[in-house]
Design a protein around this ligand. Sequence first.
Ligand code: SAJ
Length: 428
Amino acid sequence: SSVCVHGLGYIGLPTAAMLATHDHDVYGYDTDGVLTAALREGDVKLDEPGLEALVVRALESGRLRAVDDVAAAEYHVICVPTPFDEERREADLDYVADAAQAVGSVLREGDTVILESTVPPETTEEHLRPLLEESGLVAGRDFGLAYCPETVLPGNIIAELRENDRIIGGVDDRSATAAVRLYESFVEGEIRTAADPTTAEFVKLIQNTARDVEIALANEIARIAHDYGIDSREAIAMANAHPRVEILQPGPGVGGHCLPIDPWFLGVGSDSLDLVPTARAVNDGMIGFVVELLEELLSDLDGKRIAVFGVAYKGNVDDTRMSPGLELVRELQHEQKPSTPATDGGAPDTPGVAIHDPHVVDSTLRLLDAEDAVAGAHAVVITADHDEFTELDPGRLRGLMAEPNVVDTKGMLDVDRWRNAGFDVRRV
Ligand code: SAJ
């Protein structure tokens, strides 16, 4: 079939390439002309294992074309960002609206439109549908309309795109059947149809909310364990030996563009959120706990230099959206304000805070290599579990630091090795 994929980010680009390598003729459309031009040269800016190879293969086959104008196609798959508007406490659906308008301009009878972006319940029916019907065509009668959430894990996108189960909610049976036909061409997992798009939207949100709440429990356990002088990771590992207990791992909080946001989408049309916002607050509060651990080591943070290792939102990705590492940088800059004021725009270049991240490329951050970051520092804090950090040589770092302290928020360092090298170690 012919497919136009709208939005070539972390989801749209791999989806477009996957479809193109499964015999579809794919137009990859993005409003960012710089991005599409780079793609035509085979230049993939996202740090995702296997993505560049897949995209290059798709481009070389001639079945994937990165285009600057929306193309007519039998299927339109919308994969645009849906940020959370903090002030209005609602989803920002502007990109969805723009995509709907683009689709509407080329929509024909018999085409099928599929929304993949994460959205509050009822968005497909109440928001997208009327925008598309401005074309004069009617959903369910003249064209198909379905919601099919992506569920892939950054860092493992290509495998999960193929292997994960999918949920499809169509506005009617024909829409659902048409959407199923597209996904079954490359999905090896099970494809399930939900009663309607709203149910499918809800399912996606409760998946991410479940994970957020489960991580909050792990984080709260870590704080309680700390009060008792217990190693929380050891305790959790033992607890998990029970056949019906599966506690997740504590850390510096929950980052990314999904888990910190999706629980709020759930509450856009409901007053029944109670546990969920509390869990959010627990996760957001973990940076405060990390600062407490630093204060245990240094008593006073003022005038101290802290090296923050990992400003990606999690290990082995380059994405810094809502990252705990950056949140810590801001918090430390704030703590140190009197002697070392932060510059405007939140650009973390306070002399008291140094940043190192082997995955992140970001010209607005002053990123240093590991040794420059620890030079003269009083503590290192690990805030993302990048594989590279297991290779750090504590003996060598110690020689460069003002004081040998480390806070490992991800429990990834070999504690004995760091202690033997003279470090005072704290772990979340
Ligand atoms: N984290 C912990 N402890 C854990 C697991 C994760 O603190 O035990 C933290 C991570 O460090 C990170 C955050 O949680 O800061 C989120 O990481 P993640 O790997 O759990 O998930 P994401 O945000 O990368 O991707 C999630 C996934 N959702 C679920 O697993 C239910 C993914 O499958 C979704 O497709 C994605 O959100 C999305 O796009 O919605």
